[in-house]
Ligand binder design. Structure first.
Ligand SMILES: N[C@@H](CCC(=O)N[C@@H](CS)C(=O)NCC(=O)O)C(=O)O
Length: 203
């Protein structure tokens, strides 16, 4: 299989963490394909019309995207147990959506700062994105700590990759303020080999 990949993408990182956790890294060839909405990655055009990474090319079927489809597919393929059976599955998938939502908001903030011409930037919109992240962190701190303390699942991986991306691009915002339990959980999770091995290169 070929994984269309960028070393700084938090969505790609979720897939990479899964591959490390399941011991299946050797099953995929990494194909670098970074782009932006203004400069789409040409190598992706025939694979994913949205020209986003990650995308997973498989010999036995169409290319898969987005990251949540890929992680669900790989977990089923490897019987990784990262999406539990039964009612717990919905909690895991909701936590995963919360983590991905943090990443979505943080990426929009990054694009606003990097891609939009300075005279067209809209501070209130950026603050609106940050408020989503702040509310999500508060919800994790108050409602999700028991789940985060449980067995590793795709929800935890999505949250960890999201918080790492906030650190990577928006460190000055200080998401740890007021969220000590979440910060302690993240410090521990970040030391897992799968997280250490998938750290993005320096910003
Ligand atoms: N919902 C998608 C988001 C993927 C995404 O936005 N990837 C970014 C890199 S972090 C990308 O490829 N952006 C290029 C673009 O938007 O044109 C997923 O979970 O895979």
């Amino acid at each position: 299989m070929k994984l269309y990949y960028s070393p700084t993408s938090p969505y790609v990182r979720k897939v990479m963490v899964l591959l490390h956790e399941t011991g299946k890294l050797g099953d995929v060839e990494l194909v670098t394909a970074s782009g932006t909405p203004l400069a789409p990655a040409e190598t992706l055009l025939a694979k994913n019309p949205l020209t986003k990474v990650p995308a997973l090319e498989r010999p036995e079927g169409p290319t898969l995207f987005d990251s949540r489809v890929i992680t669900a597919y790989l977990d089923a393929r490897y019987k990784g147990g990262l999406y539990p059976e039964g009612d717990g599955r919905w909690n895991t998938m909701t936590l995963e959506a919360l983590g991905d939502g943090i990443t979505d908001a943080a990426l929009l903030m990054t694009y606003e700062g990097r891609l939009r011409p300075e005279d067209k930037r809209w501070d209130a919109w950026v603050e609106g994105q940050w408020n989503k992240i702040a509310r999500a962190c508060a919800a994790l701190e108050s409602r999700w700590m028991a789940h985060l303390a449980g067995p590793v699942d795709m929800g935890q991986i999505a949250v960890a990759c999201a918080l790492a991306y906030v650190d990577f691009r928006h460190d000055v915002r200080g998401w740890r303020n007021g969220n000590p339990a979440l910060a302690a959980w993240f410090a521990d999770f970040e030391s897992r080999a799968s997280m250490v091995e998938t750290r993005p290169p320096a910003a």
